[in-house]
Design a protein. Structure first.
Length: 58
């Protein structure tokens, strides 16, 4: 994965984690939504990394 793309996924995931932490005090459902989005974002980063690595080797 290129460095700018890795930086994007890292910053986006951290922002979602911050949104999760802040939303805990407002609404449990909103916190749960941000938590699921955070996990989805991190998983997407791993998937993109694996596909780009596999494409580079093949």
């Amino acid at each position: 994965m290129s460095k700018p793309m890795a930086l994007f996924f890292a910053i986006f995931s951290v922002l979602l984690m911050c949104a999760t932490a802040i939303s805990i005090s407002y609404s449990g459902w909103l916190a749960l939504l941000f938590f699921v989005l955070t996990i989805f974002s991190i998983g997407t980063g791993f998937i993109v990394n694996a596909k780009m690595r596999r494409r580079g080797q093949g």
